[in-house]
Unconditional design. Sequence first.
Length: 266
Amino acid sequence: MTQFIVVEKESHATIITLNRPEVFNALHPPAHMELESAFDEFAADPDQWIAIITGAGERAFCAGNDLKYTAAGNKLEAGPRGFAGLTARFDLTKPVIAAVNGLAMGGGFEIALACDLVIASANAEFALPEPRVGLVALTGGVHRLPKQIPLKQAMGMMLTGHRVSAQRGLEMGFVTEIAPVGQALSAAKRWAAEISECSPMAVRATKEAIYHGLDVSVAEAWADQLDQVAMKALFSSWDIQEGPRAFAEKRKPRWLSNRNGLHHHQ
């Protein structure tokens, strides 16, 4: 039973809601522990293909660290998987969507940057304000933001702590889509449904190849792509046979989420 998050499963999607609206969904160690467990369970469940993370209420996605918790003399430490059990989870090939329904400050923005898609409500705002309180965005912010938007734009945000609107985030490139206020989660579910129409094995192999390729030359990425874990799993899966077969038979494919191509669809 979780106290600080709500976890729901809808078809192949796991929806994780940060449930501390009284503190703008700011996170403290007990919440990090729950989130780490939730993402561990999602990663291990073959029937869950996509995760969506969002915040309770319409004011905040996540305000970052719970500084009041710190001020009360407690330590603010995330687990080995990083902020929200996600920002240092580098081996997760299943896609994760952030449904940003308001403020995404500090660690909250770092959660969004660690996701593969960012669906932002029109009232969403993003910032890495750590330097304003003598800190540094060390749970991924200083590394991910300059890789996801132009360097000078990222420096402008990070050296000032300025807040950026959803519209500006879309223009910069770290927001995928803007939804009306209150509809970020429903828009994220629409994206999840579209992704679910694709082979889950191919989606994982695609994500793995993309992120690996960002850190090396195209030639190196090309040479290594068939050696990656999710890619090998795809080539031994049911999906790689089922896709062409369904196309030839002019029907919808029946994807399987297991790794064994010998298993038959029930």
